[in-house]
Every structure is written in C-alpha cells, then in structure tokens.
Design a protein around this ligand. Structure first.
Ligand SMILES: C[S@@+](CC[C@H](N)C(=O)[O-])C[C@H]1O[C@@H](n2cnc3c(N)ncnc32)[C@H](O)[C@@H]1O
Length: 235
C-alpha cells in the first residue's frame, strides 16, 4: 500500500469516489475535525485533510510513519479501533475504508456504534468495505481480511448505531466478474491485487470507474466489489 497508494489506479479512483460521495456532507466550520479510522498510509483518505485537520487512527506504526511524512496535515495516532481513546462528539466526519473487515475486529457493529458516539451531531460517517460475499480470493488473505460485507449488512450496522443512511451502494461493479474468476482459479494462493495491474488494463478500469462515478452521482448500484454506506448522525 505504501508503494502503490499514489499510483495504483484503484487508489486514485477510490479517492475520487470518496471525495464525490463524502465532500457534500463535510463541515466547513473552523473547528471541524475529521477522523480516518484504520486509515493506514492515508492512501484513500488523505484528501480529507484539505477540509480540516484529520486524525488518522491506526494500529500499524509503519503506516502512521508514512502518513506523517506524506501528509503533514494528518494527526497520526496509534490506536485500536476497538477501543478508540477519544471523547464523545469529537469528530465532524469519520471515514473508515477496508478496516472493519480486518481480523483485528471481531465485532464491526460495535466499532460502528463507537463511530456514532464519537461523531458530532450532523457528522458524516462513511464506510467502504470489501463487498460480495462470494468474491473471496487470495487478496483477502494477504490483507488479513476476516469478512466481506453485503451492502445490507453495512447499512444495518449504520442504522443499528442510530445513524441515518444517505446512500448505500455497491461500487466497482465491473470488477465483480474478474474478481470471481480470480477467486475460482487462484483457489488458495495468497496473491495481492495491490502489486498487480497497476495501470488497470492500460487505463480501462479507470475509465469504467469514472463512468460508474457519473452514475453514482444520482443513482446507486445494488452490487459491487466494494460496499459503501454514507450516513449522518442525527442533529
Ligand atoms: C486494508 S488497510 C486500509 C487502509 C486505508 N483505510 C486505505 O483504504 O488505504 C486496513 C488498515 O486498517 C488498520 N486496522 C484494522 N483494524 C484496526 C484496528 N482494530 N485498530 C486500528 N487499525 C486497524 C490496519 O492497520 C490497516 O492499516
């Protein structure tokens, strides 16, 4: 992730997608404070720092070091998402991308409930996780994934935490067939997607992702390699 976060087509497309979905809900208050929970190196969330100071809470010290040097406006804090050391209503936005799925997190619903506790009234909480239960492949093993989520599961966790869902959608729908085939053919080989296909079939995937973003401006997609929920804490 440290090596490929800038250049890999998926990271570039995901930053654009999240910006499109989350930015309209961000606070422009001078006291705004965001959190990128399980933010790793900041590869999908560093754009949040342009809105307001952003706490990057992650357990992995090496990732925090990279985030600190690449994005000085991040406030990197070593923390476990299962026991986040922040007071109630601290954050005006919480982003969490491909972290609830991790083996470290036996109870993702409890973590989402904690995000709701930490969010200020009106704050946006954006969750993006591996989608499609049947799309398990070697990449999940390499990235210490314990579970993939359906869109309905992600929505239920947000609603169970008292949040109001603004959008629940799949994304990267065009990657479902290749991911399914990779899962079938690679069987139990632990191969990561991150190091391969940097260009996304010479730019084709980036173009498809752009078309999908255009669609997602107005509509939703009922399936995808990722599941996304954008929710707000009631005021
Ligand atoms: C697949 S990476 C995603 C990183 C980043 N969100 C991104 O999209 O590039 C998962 C990250 O979640 C972090 N993580 C997972 N469970 C965590 C926990 N309970 N507490 C803190 N960090 C956690 C890992 O250390 C890792 O950096």
């Amino acid at each position: 992730m440290a090596e490929h976060g800038e250049s890999h087509w998926w990271y570039r497309a995901t930053r654009s997608l999240l910006q499109q979905l989350v930015e309209p809900h961000l606070s422009h208050d001078t006291a705004a404070l965001n959190m990128d929970a399980g933010g790793g190196t900041g590869a999908t969330g560093r754009w949040l720092c342009a809105n307001a100071p952003t706490v990057l809470a992650d357990f992995e010290e090496f990732a925090l070091q990279i985030a600190r040097s690449d994005t000085p406006r991040y406030v990197p804090i070593r923390a476990d998402m299962n026991h986040l050391p922040f007071s109630d209503e601290s954050f005006s936005a919480v982003l969490c991308v491909t972290a609830l799925c991790h083996r470290m997190n036996p109870d993702p619903a409890a973590i989402v409930a904690d995000f709701a506790r930490l969010a200020r009234p009106g704050a946006v909480i954006a969750l993006m996780e591996p989608g499609g239960k049947k799309l398990w492949r070697g990449h999940d093993d390499v990235t210490h994934t314990a579970r993939r989520f359906s869109i309905a599961e992600l929505r239920a966790m947000a609603e169970g935490a008292g949040l109001v869902v603004q959008k629940a959608t799949g994304a990267y729908s065009f990657l479902v067939p290749p991911a399914y085939l990779i899962g079938r053919f690679e069987r139990k080989q632990a191969n990561s997607d991150i190091g391969r296909n940097q260009s996304g079939l010479l730019g084709l995937f980036a173009l498809l992702a752009k078309a999908e973003r255009w669609w997602l401006r107005r509509f939703r997609i009922p399936f995808g390699l990722s599941a996304i929920v954008i929710a707000r804490k009631p005021t």
